[in-house]
Design a protein around this ligand. Structure first.
Ligand SMILES: Cc1ncc(C[n+]2csc(CCOP(=O)(O)OP(=O)(O)O)c2C)c(N)n1
Ligand SMILES: [Mg+2]
Length: 674
């Protein structure tokens, strides 16, 4: 392939654009990266670095050129081949060797290893899910734009990543909001063994910029001066408010995708052809020919950097590993052990609000309290949400804070993560929980993971509002109960309120919480009214609510099911069976203590959850109760759950496949046998 002939050139004479010192600094940076990788290769061959190490040899001009134009406060979001980007952004050689080796003193104390770390001090984030950084970088740009900070985000991604949904969603969002993000495509000709020309239907990845109405340019990624000059020009426009741009750097990885790669997808001749254009060689030639630097001087610089690299590696090899106890810290910000127990609405000072109105009030109050709270989602603004939950907020707080988004769940969630990492507290809305599948990568692999990877130095305070369950004849892709997906992910909190009072108090708590919170409402309750105090209040997360006291059996019921449980308890009381009804409200962290205290007293327990039983939240509660109440149980714990089926469209059938008060009554009677 004749790469050079189709590239845009920014440099005719290096001397006109760079001083000798600047040119030497770029050369040094290239060497730092090359020496670092050379040593990593040796460590990998000795099995001291484990899988996940992706060599950067051959691509150094890209990281060095781009980062020479970045400021310390600029954010970099990188990928599974991050070491060059991280070093060029400022991470120390020592800290990256330690990370590669899995040692304390690594940027993530060795918890992340070769392709996932956070270097908060240098505003650097990387992760190994191809493409999703594009959305996270958009969020970092959003925070900079919203907070009026003069900083940009730079996202490094590969040619392969440009085929992901996240790439397209993220770029579209960044383009429509003119976010200050440089999207740097490192086109190293392959995504693993997949050659770019077979998997990308346009001749240049930079051409994809046209689809989003933004600039895109392709440059020689082997020439550090070309990369530096192209990105300098792009960054000037981006910093001036021109919106995102793509710079595609044509480059090549001299080694395999990983060490041990069979390399059966390319020829030795092809590799040799690219090696003739080794970025170090090109830079050296320029220094000699344009600046008259001697080869002796260049060699001595290389020797010095090699020594520094050796000593960084040797230091890292001496560092200890995390103990198990240390490794599992910082997963979540712990709840305050002194938080109050759940408290109900006070007598007298309340008005009747619908569930939806209570949500609007909660958001309004949090917006007024904290200017960094924003709301983003599909039709949250002009429409004010499908159920009216954010009606009036756009008019009151304006489009910077109440943001209608495109139909891009991955970008909504990913940009929220990037924004939260950089100072905002986004509330994002996923219109139906069924659509959250498209945002799972950003929630599970990014939101939930960065706090621990950063060793507690960053938090991701996002609230993901969504709604689930049956009730509107929305059928099988708009009515599911998927809460258990989130309960099972370390790093996430999951909350499910079902009354106006609870939703207001808990939504406020979720917005203030430093953990990512999945906040699941139920579509059947939006129009139900209930008392909500006139005065400000916040309910504690991680506290269950005793909704009715009783003696014979404890009903533990989530969300809408708690209303069914109350109806069942009312009926059962008439039949002489006294039920205690508890709504856990926070599914994780679960208030095990309150649940067990009740069951230890009643001796019987029925758990009600709208989702199917298999692997579901009801099973988790049943296990907790069995572990905590074994000696006091008078009967086995009973689960009453939705049927294992898609939700039917028919009005009667959709209700018939999930628990009703009748199902609960039947289950209780079997247990109590009065
Ligand atoms: C979402 C996702 N799919 C697949 C992979 C496995 N994988 C790791 S790297 C890679 C190739 C990525 O190619 P490219 O974006 O061009 O980056 P490069 O490796 O060439 O630097 C793949 C498929 C992954 N990590 N994430
Ligand atoms: Mg590639």
């Amino acid at each position: 392939m004749n790469v050079q002939s189709e590239l845009t050139s920014f440099v005719t004479s290096v001397r006109q654009l760079y001083t000798k010192e600047q040119a030497l600094a770029l050369y040094r940076q290239l060497l730092v990266l090359r020496h670092f990788d050379d040593r990593c290769v040796s460590l990998k061959l000795k099995d001291l670095i484990m899988d996940g190490f992706h060599p950067y040899v051959g691509q150094e001009a890209v990281a060095a050129g781009v980062c020479s134009n970045l400021k310390p406060e600029d954010v970099v979001v990188s990928n599974h081949r991050p070491q060059g980007h991280s070093l060029a952004k400022g991470s120390t050689v020592k800290s990256l060797f330690a990370e590669m080796l899995g040692r304390i003193g690594g940027v993530s104390d060795g918890l992340g290893g070769p392709m996932q770390w956070v270097d908060k001090e240098h505003n650097f984030y990387c992760g190994s899910i191809v493409g999703s950084g594009v959305t996270v970088a958009a969020g970092a740009g959003l925070a900079a734009q919203y907070l009026k900070q003069n900083r940009v985000a730079c996202c490094f991604f590969g040619d392969g990543a440009s085929n992901t949904g996240s790439f397209h969603e993220g770029l579209n969002l960044a383009a429509i909001w003119k976010l200050p993000v440089l999207y740097l495509c490192e086109n190293n000709q392959y995504g693993e063994a997949m050659p770019v020309e077979k998997f990308v239907p346009v001749p240049r990845i930079s051409k994809r910029a046209e689809a989003y109405g933004i600039r895109g340019v392709t440059v020689d990624g082997m020439n550090v001066f070309e990369v530096a000059s192209a990105t300098r020009a792009a960054l000037e426009r981006i910093r001036a408010g021109g919106g995102p741009e793509i710079v595609e750097a044509m480059t090549y990885r001299f080694l395999g995708h990983y060490l041990g790669d069979p390399l059966n997808y390319r020829t030795k001749e092809e590799v040799a052809e690219w090696q003739k254009r080794d970025p170090l060689l090109i830079c050296r030639t320029v220094l000699i020919q344009e600046f008259g630097v001697s080869t002796a001087e260049l060699d001595s610089i290389s020797q010095q950097i090699a020594m520094d690299s050796d000593s960084g590696r040797d230091w890292a090899l001496e560092q200890p590993k995390l103990t198990l106890q240390q490794a599992v810290t910082h997963v979540e910000v712990p709840l305050d052990p002194n938080r109050p127990s759940y408290f109900g609405p006070p007598e007298g000072e309340s008005r009747m609000l619908t569930f939806a109105e209570a949500i609007t009030e909660a958001i309004t109050e949090e917006f007024e309290r904290d200017p960094n709270v924003i709301l983003m989602g599909e039709d949250v603004g002009v429409w004010g949400n499908l159920f009216g939950c954010s009606r009036g907020l756009l008019e009151k707080f304006g489009p910077d804070r109440v943001r209608d988004t495109p139909i891009s769940e991955a970008a909504i969630a990913g940009s929220a993560v990037g924004a939260a990492l950089n100072g905002l507290r986004p509330i994002v809305e996923i219109m139906y929980i069924d659509f959250i599948s498209i945002a799972l990568d950003q929630l599970i692999n990014h939101a939930a993971r960065y706090p621990q990877l950063s060793r507690g130095k960053v938090r991701v305070p996002i609230t993901v509002r969504t709604q689930g369950g049956v009730g509107f004849r929305n059928s099988s892709q708009h009515s599911q109960s998927l809460e258990n997906w989130f309960v099972n992910v370390p790093g996430l909190y999951t909350v499910m309120p079902s009354t106006p009072y609870d939703v207001k108090g808990l939504l406020k708590a979720a917005i203030r919480c430093d953990n990512p919170v999945i906040f699941i409402e139920h579509k059947a309750v939006y129009r139900l009214k209930g008392p909500v105090p006139k005065t400000d209040y916040v309910l504690p997360l991680g506290r269950a609510a005793i909704k009715r006291s009783g003696r014979d059996v404890t009903l533990i019921a989530t969300s809408w099911m708690s209303l069914h449980a109350l109806a069942a308890a009312e009926e059962l009381a008439k039949q002489g069976i006294s039920c205690e009804v508890i709504d856990p409200l926070t599914l994780y962290p679960l208030d095990k203590e309150s649940l067990c205290k009740s069951v230890n007293r009643t001796g019987r327990c029925v758990v009600v959850n709208e989702a199917p039983a298999e692997g579901g939240f009801a099973s988790e509660v049943a296990a907790v109760v069995q572990e905590g109440c074994w000696s006091n149980l008078k009967a086995p714990v009973k689960r009453v759950c939705g049927m294992r089926t898609g939700i039917p469209y028919d009005k009667d059938l959709e209700r018939a496949v999930v628990p009703s008060p009748g199902w609960i009554i039947e289950a209780v009677k079997k247990l109590v046998k009065k």
